[in-house]
Design a protein around this ligand. Structure first.
Ligand code: GDP
Ligand code: MG
Length: 436
């Protein structure tokens, strides 16, 4: 998506005929890219309108950076759309906070329940889980397994078939035991929708949740609006979690869900593992959606590795110059597919390769850099222009190809530019628009 939007803006700012017609066709192209990324069609129409208003094309003088201004307008407008401007419920210590989950089957409720229980546990709350999914065979076993792994107490029943009764019994039990976060997982069977909604309302009445959270699969696409509206109408929820944002889904559905229900997104699921959950940050989400690279995410990820912060920042800001170190650290950080999305340029470099293949690719890059002298690396490829035979020798020395050596040099240049930008501060980067 980011690439298409950038391309549209690029076309405009590089065409000789920078007139209003070109501007209009660019806005149209951005709109099409957004619809393809599953942003609701009507939303896109209003977005186009407000970009046109924000960027008064006629008034942009010749000296202004049109690309920046247009990109920033798109970014700001999308951020505004995913920001519901309402605060989600904040649990209080020392009392029982009941949180109920709703959402279609397979959306990720049970997984997210456990992630959330662990999240609160890690923040000093006494959290537990109640399985009110009596519909799906094996539902209780799944919750039990997850809860055990996360060391979270749980409640459920193999014999009771009424989910309302199980939910009530579980919540009552844990309230007596002075648990502070009681999370109720429900079923999300597909068939007989009316019945599902009736069941959710009955459970809500029985356990009186302080917060109801709707779980939405990121791959729901254009259906996000209709589905979140349907849930909102019966089982009014106060927060949304978008799951599977690590997958191939375009991610625009989240924007539609917020806009349709005026409800904040609180977390996003980023994988199957219990730790794969992040607080939702509108700016971060949109920059990822637009392919700007997730700088903030990268920094936080590195920090969560409990390295010394100073060293870490030094690493990111300064040592990027030495790409070899950088790649080494990236490989330590975790699944490459996840890292790739966080670093501008790296996702392009990696293409659609899997983790294993990606690791191999990075390793080969390191071999290449090991075969180069520091001077050669820092010369941005200039030294190789003067001595092309060195390129062949580096390729042979590292057991790779000349083509791969060229790739490394290109990438190295990009990383060095990025490092310069980062030195300029995160703020400047965030405000700097989407250009690479
Ligand atoms: P439920 O039917 O709503 O309770 O959904 P589950 O919690 O059972 O999840 C359905 C599937 O989605 C399971 O295989 C989960 O591992 C998977 N899943 C849930 N959240 C995520 C996520 O954020 N990322 C990925 N990749 N998979 C997820
Ligand atoms: Mg479930």
């Amino acid at each position: 998506l980011g690439r298409r939007i950038n391309a549209a803006v690029h076309d405009l700012t590089h065409s000789n005929l920078v007139d209003e017609k070109a501007f209009d066709s660019m806005i149209k192209e951005i709109g099409n890219a957004l619809v393809e990324a599953d942003v609701n069609v009507k939303l896109v129409a209003s977005l186009r309108k407000s970009i046109r208003q924000t960027v008064n094309f006629k008034e942009l003088g010749p000296g202004v950076n049109k690309k920046r201004i247009i990109q920033k307008a798109v970014f700001d407008e999308l951020c505004r759309l995913v920001d519901s401007h309402s605060e989600p419920y904040k649990p209080k210590k020392g009392k029982a906070n009941v949180i109920m989950f709703v959402g279609l089957q397979g959306s990720g409720k049970t997984t997210t329940c456990t992630k959330l229980a662990r999240w609160y546990n890690a923040r000093g709350f006494k959290a537990c889980l109640v399985c009110a999914d009596t519909f799906r065979a094996g539902a209780f076993d799944q919750l039990k397994q997850n809860a055990t792994k996360a060391k979270v107490p749980y409640y459920g029943s193999y014999t009771e078939t009424d989910p309302v009764k199980v939910a009530k019994a579980g919540v009552d039990k844990f309230k007596k035991e002075r648990f502070e976060i009681i999370i109720v997982d429900t079923s999300g069977r597909h068939r007989q929708e009316a019945e599902l909604f009736a069941e959710m309302v009955q459970i809500q009445e029985a356990v009186q949740p302080d917060q109801t959270i709707m779980v939405l699969d990121a791959s729901i696409g254009q259906q996000a609006e209709a589905q979140s509206k349907a849930f909102k109408e019966s089982a009014d929820f106060g927060a949304i979690v978008i799951t599977k944002t690590d997958g191939n889904a375009a991610g625009g559905g989240a924007i539609s869900a917020v806009a349709a229900t005026k409800t904040p997104i609180v977390f996003i699921g980023t994988g199957e593992h219990i730790l794969d959950m992040e607080k939702f940050e509108p700016q971060r989400y949109i920059s990822k959606l637009l392919g700007m690279g997730d700088m903030q995410g990268l920094v936080e990820h590195v920090q969560s590795l409990k390295l010394d912060q100073k060293d870490t920042m030094k690493h990111i800001a300064e040592a990027v110059r030495d790409l070899r170190d950088q790649l080494n650290n990236i490989m330590k950080m975790g699944p490459l597919s996840k890292m790739a999305g966080m670093i501008p340029g790296l996702s392009n470099l990696m293409g659609d390769v899997g983790d294993e293949e990606g690791s191999m690719k990075l390793k080969r890059m390191m071999y290449i850099m090991d075969s180069m002298t520091t001077k050669e690396l820092d010369s941005d490829g200039k030294m190789f222009v003067q001595q092309p035979e060195r390129m062949t020798r580096v390729a042979r020395g590292s057991g790779t190809s000349v083509r791969e050596v060229e790739d490394v040099l290109t990438q190295h240049k990009m990383m060095a530019q990025m490092a310069k930008k980062m030195k300029g501060g995160m703020k400047a980067m965030q405000q700097g628009g989407m250009g690479r």
